[in-house]
Design a protein around this ligand. Structure first.
Ligand SMILES: Nc1ncnc2c1ncn2[C@@H]1O[C@H](COP(=O)(O)OP(=O)(O)OP(=O)(O)O)[C@@H](O)[C@H]1O
Length: 251
């Protein structure tokens, strides 16, 4: 597996607060990478640097390099809209648009200029199948997205994110607002999605990281303490702080 993301000497400040400190990390293509660590240690902040969502937060300053597929995403000529298509994102709370199920998924492709009804229908079907929602919604695609359960809405948000065929899918605690059965469905889904996409997820749930990720990075106070194969981290952590965290001694 080759690396699709390379982060070098990354520092991020919210005004004076130094939230990410000299981060270096490589992320493997078509694998699940989990960010774990106690609250406030910078997991979501690093995730947001990968599609420049931090640009939207006033007072944010960033130094260092983030390369995706060899291109510097903070370079002068980068089109942020295009980047966000290449790097899709799913949030903690399902946030479908107040539109029909169909229109939620067709939204991105329409923005990309796809007008053909049959093409849009094919994209919507493919994306809903990939997000394991198709069988549940195929007979009422015109219904409002808000008619779905929370877990279904989250899978709809995943379908919306993958409709534009991104390379990378970011998931920021995407199951923490869901019931256990919906959580399990999304966990299973990640194992299918990683065949086509690189997944980077923030999770508060160490067991979830151990269950579904291939690589794990452990964060503490804005630094990455350790990043390695998930099985290695959970069986033989190299840093005592990682060991203390995963054995529940803090956090
Ligand atoms: N928009 C913001 N403006 C100012 N400070 C922020 C902002 N977002 C995060 N921070 C601060 O940056 C630090 C890292 O926050 P971040 O949300 O990345 O941590 P996290 O590890 O994802 O936490 P959690 O697990 O609680 O979501 C924290 O001290 C937080 O207070």
């Amino acid at each position: 597996m080759s690396d699709i993301i390379r982060i070098e000497q990354l520092n991020l400040y919210y005004e004076k607060h130094h939230a990410l400190k000299n981060i270096g990390l490589s992320i493997k293509e078509k694998a699940v990478t989990a960010f774990i660590g106690p609250s406030g240690c910078g997991k979501s902040t690093l995730l947001r640097t990968l599609n420049r969502m931090n640009d939207m937060i006033p007072g944010t300053r960033i130094e260092g390099k983030v390369e995706i597929a060899g291109a510097d995403i903070y370079g002068d000529d980068v089109e942020v809209e295009g980047l966000r298509q290449q790097v899709g994102m799913v949030f903690q709370q399902p946030n479908p648009f107040p539109k029909s199920i169909f229109e939620n998924v067709a939204y991105g492709p329409r923005l990309q200029g796809i007008r053909s009804k049959s093409e849009l229908e094919a994209i919507v079907e493919r994306s809903l199948k990939q997000s394991a929602l198709w069988e549940e919604v195929k007979d009422h695609l015109k219904k409002s997205a808000f008619s779905l359960s929370g877990g279904q809405q989250q899978r709809l948000c995943i379908a919306r994110a993958i409709a534009g065929q991104p390379d990378i899918l970011l998931m920021d605690e995407a199951t923490s607002a869901l019931d256990p059965i919906s959580t399990l469905k999304i966990e299973e889904l990640t194992q299918d999605l990683k065949k086509d996409y690189t997944i980077v997820m923030v999770t508060h749930n160490m067991h979830q990281a151990a269950r579904i990720s291939d690589q794990t990075a452990f964060f503490l106070n804005g630094e990455i303490v350790e990043a390695t194969d998930t099985t290695e981290m959970f069986s033989n952590p190299s840093d005592s702080r990682t060991e203390d965290y995963i054995s529940g001694r803090f956090g």
